[in-house]
Design a protein around this ligand. Structure first.
Ligand code: ZN
Length: 349
């Protein structure tokens, strides 16, 4: 039987999607599964690896790599290297070793969307790394590590810096659109590819005598922080995680705020929210950094998600290792506040 529609009509796709989201309960959420959190982590990790199409447990024994150049900075030595993550997929990186280490720990440093990529982490001009190019918002992650006596490993992520798409002649504005949608057609995701590059970066760190026995931390801002969360969930080698302006509930961030296509994972909300992925890292030390005025990862998406992660830490007797740091500004890193929470974990871990 025909029915008359009354106005206003629903013509917005996002309003339609929001209505679907309202009733969607992730099937593997920790909150819905009382019981052994460690056992549930295994289930979540397996499903998450499947959803981002990345199985970092399967990787070659060989890791081809090459040293490119070295330089000094006031707090230590910086070496540029390139390693082969997969065939036809090479990854530049900086290995930064402090003159006065306080701990046998190396932090993997990941920038967000940036044409300058990993050079931001050492405050250097990508055209000439001897030229200083100051990084705004404490994004000089590697220098921040070296100043505190911590080694750093800055990985150039796919689509940023030296890995910006240059072959594709016509491309959408921004950094990742073409690569992100190509990956989807291949049954992959760009986030999964980035996590795999981190896994291969860890293979490099294990192969180098200076870092072969080091504990491994991972930190990043924005899209780099998201890769930090996903890597921490899937890679058992990671001991510390410090994501900045990247962790929050998908419903109030990815599903509400316009973001780059590279961060979307097909079907994930049917099974997992971001806190479920993050909770896979418990009970290891976690410092979530947020910006009070961050418009991309709004605080209202961070607070309830963090509470859910903290509940998993508490269930594992590790609430004291789950920290939230809220900076007073927007979408940036807050080095002093973040390291104040993380450094004691590194020193006593
Ligand atoms: Zn992107």
């Amino acid at each position: 039987m025909m029915q008359n529609l009354s106005e206003p009509f629903f013509l917005s796709p996002s309003v339609y999607h929001k209505s679907l989201l309202k009733d969607l309960k992730p099937a593997l959420a920790f909150g819905t599964r009382p019981g052994d959190a460690a056992a549930h982590q295994k289930t979540v990790r397996k499903k998450f690896a499947e959803l981002i199409a990345c199985d970092p447990a399967v990787r070659p024994a060989e890791l081809p790599w090459r040293s490119i150049a070295r330089k000094r900075c006031p707090w230590g030595a910086i070496e540029k290297i390139v390693y082969r993550s997969a065939d036809y997929c090479d990854v530049p990186a900086f290995l930064c070793l402090p003159d006065h280490p306080v701990s046998d720990t190396v932090f993997i440093c990941l920038q967000g969307h940036s044409g300058d990529g990993m050079h931001v982490s050492i405050s250097a001009d990508p055209e000439n790394w001897d030229m200083e190019k100051p990084a705004a918002g404490d994004r000089d992650f590697a220098l921040g590590c070296l100043k505190r006596g911590i080694a750093a490993f800055c990985i150039e992520q796919s689509c940023f810096g030296e890995r910006l798409e240059k072959v594709q002649e016509k491309k959408a504005s921004g950094f990742c659109h073409d690569a992100a949608v190509q990956a989807l057609m291949l049954g992959k995701t760009l986030m999964g590819e980035r996590v795999y590059d981190i896994a291969r970066g860890i293979d490099f760190l294990k192969a180098r005598p200076e870092t072969s026995h080091a504990k491994i931390g991972i930190m990043g801002n924005s899209g780099g922080g998201t890769v930090a969360v996903y890597s921490a969930a899937l890679l058992p080698e990671i001991d510390f995680c410090m994501p900045s302006c990247s962790f929050g509930g998908y419903a109030d961030s990815k599903m509400a705020v316009y973001q780059c296509a590279c961060g979307y994972i097909p079907g994930i909300l049917k099974y997992l929210e971001m806190d479920d992925v993050m909770a896979c890292f418990a009970p290891k030390p976690l410092v979530v950094v947020a910006g009070k005025e961050d418009p991309i990862i709004p605080l209202k998406s961070v607070l309830p998600a963090f509470e859910r992660v903290k509940a998993v830490y508490a269930a594992m007797g590790a609430e004291a290792h789950c920290h939230l740091v809220i900076g007073g500004e927007g979408h940036r890193f807050y080095a002093d506040e973040a390291w104040q929470a993380m450094l004691p974990e590194v020193l006593h871990g």
